[in-house]
Design a protein around this ligand. Structure first.
Ligand SMILES: C[S@@+](CC[C@H](N)C(=O)[O-])C[C@H]1O[C@@H](n2cnc3c(N)ncnc32)[C@H](O)[C@@H]1O
Length: 323
């Protein structure tokens, strides 16, 4: 695929044959990309060390799986909103725990799904039509074949150059193929004034935004995705915006359930989202991060705070006539 080291799992002779030609550069399994560094008790990716600020340990993978379950509820069991039929070659951008690839592969047995991530987070057993590679998706893509569908979810805080990512998607989708981005605007607010600027939840966010100036990886790509997708040349662009509550305060049973999942992922994931970000990029001591997180968790436990944030799903098609 791109420059740099790669790991492809399962073995090349298992499962998909033609995806083995998707990678144009040599597939090399280097132990260095599996030697995950541990910082302040959390484990991180090794390939392109430091590019991504959240851990890749079991606790974080559990959180990603929980968010997958939350999205499953939000979209009534649909893994995508783009009108894809018989997609053969599928790319998942930043595959995380691999759970989306695996679920997609189970439903679309004739599809070949390639998940790419900085870490090899895959479980032991994956369907034969799923394949993973370790690589940096911000490097130049050199896939040998175009994809029918490219999926990207929850890359907020991961991507430095979104327009370039979109352009690479466009160039690597066959004419008539689809792209889909599902992502967040990580900006907590309330509609009833119950969350104010002085709450630790808001202070924590403002500090995270400050760190973001150093990482240059936005926590708020959601509202900009439609424009980027259009600018890249995709047509038939559609957008769905959802509000995701934090907590069980909504009356609507579906939103209540989403709020429950969302609350747990944030409550359990605060450390993952802050520790490296604040220590490496703002110079905080880990103890100071933990002190702030105690206050944020206190806010999260306060039933009077009705917080929420926005989620965007955007899909578009490469024009059939495009070369
Ligand atoms: C928040 S997780 C989302 C995982 C998955 N898309 C999901 O929805 O569950 C972001 C993932 O992107 C990966 N990632 C971040 N930057 C990347 C990059 N430049 N190239 C490839 N993967 C990257 C991280 O390792 C992490 O697994």
């Amino acid at each position: 695929m791109m420059t740099g080291e790669q790991q492809v799992i399962p073995d090349e002779d298992e499962g998909i044959d033609d995806l083995s030609t998707v990678a144009s550069s040599t597939v090399s399994i280097r132990s260095s990309i599996m030697q995950y560094p541990v910082e302040h008790g959390r484990q991180y990716h090794a390939y392109k060390d430091g590019v991504y600020t959240r851990p890749n340990d079991d606790a974080e993978l559990d959180r990603l799986d929980l968010m997958h379950a939350m999205m499953y509820i939000l979209y009534d069991g649909k893994l995508h909103l783009a009108p894809i039929h018989n997609s053969h070659r599928v790319l998942d951008v930043g595959a995380g725990s691999g759970i989306w690839c695996i679920d997609f592969a189970d439903i679309y047995a004739s599809a070949e799904i390639l998940g790419v991530d900085l870490s090899a987070n895959l479980p032991t057993f994956v369907p034969p039509n799923v394949r993973f590679e370790v690589d940096d998706l911000e490097d130049d893509w050199t896939f040998a074949y175009p994809f029918d569908y490219i999926h990207s979810r929850y890359m907020a805080g991961s991507i430095k150059d979104w327009p370039r990512l979109m352009q690479q998607c466009f160039e690597n989708i066959r004419p008539g193929g689809w792209v889909e981005f599902q992502d967040f605007d990580i900006d907590y607010y309330s509609q009833d004034g119950s969350l104010s600027k002085t709450h630790a939840m808001r202070r924590w966010l403002d500090i995270a935004y400050g760190a973001e100036e150093n990482t240059q990886r936005s926590l708020r790509p959601g509202p900009k995705i439609e424009g980027w997708v259009r600018d890249a040349g995709f047509t038939n662009v559609q957008v769905v915006k959802n509000v995701l509550p934090l907590g069980t305060w909504p009356k609507d049973p579906k939103l209540k359930m989403i709020g429950r999942y969302n609350w747990i992922q944030l409550y359990e994931g605060l450390q993952a989202m802050s520790l490296r970000l604040f220590t490496r990029f703002l110079g905080w001591a880990p103890e100071d991060v933990e002190m702030l997180l105690l206050e944020v968790r206190k806010d999260l436990r306060d039933p009077k705070i009705h917080a929420m944030f926005d989620h965007y799903t955007v899909w578009g098609q490469r024009p059939a006539a495009a070369q």
